[in-house]
Ligand binder design. Sequence first.
Ligand code: EPZ
Length: 420
Amino acid sequence: MDKLQIEGGPTLAGSIKVSGAKNAALPILAATLLTEKPVVIANAPHLHDVTTMIELLACLGVEVMIDEKLRVQVAAKTLMQLRAPYELVKTMRASFLVLGPLLARFGRAEVSLPGGCAIGSRPVDQHLKGFEALGASVEVRDGYVLAEAPHGLKGTDIYMDLVTVGGTQNIMMAACLANGTTRLFNAACEPEIVDLGNFLNEVGAKVTGHGTSTIEVQGVDALGSGSYRVMPDRVEVGTYLIAAAATGGSITLRDAEANTLGAVLEKLQQAGAHIAWDDNQIRLDMGGARPRAVDIETSPYPGFPTDVQAQFMAMNAVAEGTSTIKENIFENRFMHVHELNRLGAKIELHGSMTAVIQGVSRLRAAPVMATDLRASSSLVIAALAASGTTIIDRIYHIDRGYETIEEKLAQLGAKVRRIS
Ligand code: EPZ
């Protein structure tokens, strides 16, 4: 099993290019099932999760090719089956996003229930509620969700009980081929939802309001072909900016969109970072200074993203002062706390959703273990800021979400090596 070996100390400096967003590429790839015409997706990151989604499409009978420019070419003309098996869904929850497109286009789909997850229980009740509102019959049998709408879906008004990114995406996709207009209230506003809406419109859908809490989808008979470039990964951007801040560094991220990161940039400025940006790059300069501790509380977009919480905690662990971090989205997203404490951090949990971090001037290397994707990147940040050589075990988690992380960190001057 691969591990990362990181010799802490160097301040990060230099420039790297940001990859395409995993959390935008996954729903967009699922959405290609809505059309029988060929679709080309550019800037999809080379990550395990993206490979899993491609495998799932292939297993349904979709023709998928990667061309010489590393674009994914998809043709979902003929499908062999409408069933997403447990083996693939259990390795990646985003597989559940094929349900909406399959149901809308073929009137039937069977997708394994995703089951539990390291960061929380993550039910899919809101997805199912949306499909039922669109006229489908939904049944859970033998661990699979079986959804049917033999006469097609019917547009309607849907009020989501809570803000869910995946639920919004699944229902939005299904509504594209429904008969009539769907209005989705209390929809998620994340930039990845905007990216999905823009892709859907590129292939002929009629989606408006994406990026606001009310999305309107006018159903059409069929979608066509098109090509689309996936947005830059805002979580990757946040991760590298925080890593630079934690090490007192100065970095430039190319292909980064500052307008998707308002809450993170503001908190980094409060921590003492000088940040400047233009249309497609962000520069952070910490001037060698130690960061100041900053309180954060996660919430749906445009609030502070849960996917950047663990990384910010690693920075607060070496910051001047004491801070509080409250996680409001997932009930078990503090597993990095115990590992950070192994590196000498002083973090106390108050209940399961609040952590109090007393900044220390230096962390010290120790063997640690990655427990989920973003928890792993928080350990990388802590290891970069620690004295000595840290070995992070189980980094397959990190490979799900960070393209060539050791190469990018090395470009920024970090001393990092993948070992087995
Ligand atoms: C997406 O997950 C992201 N995944 C997650 O990224 C991210 O943390 C999350 O949104 C929140 O921003 C992808 O985009 C592939 P949700 P998703 O539905 O869609 C509850 C990462 O590290 N809920 O917005 O699964 C749920 O339990 C990851 O890249 C219900 O109760 O998240 C959670 O508490 C991990 N019922 C909250 O809503 C439902 O039907 C938000 O979940 C659906 C969700």
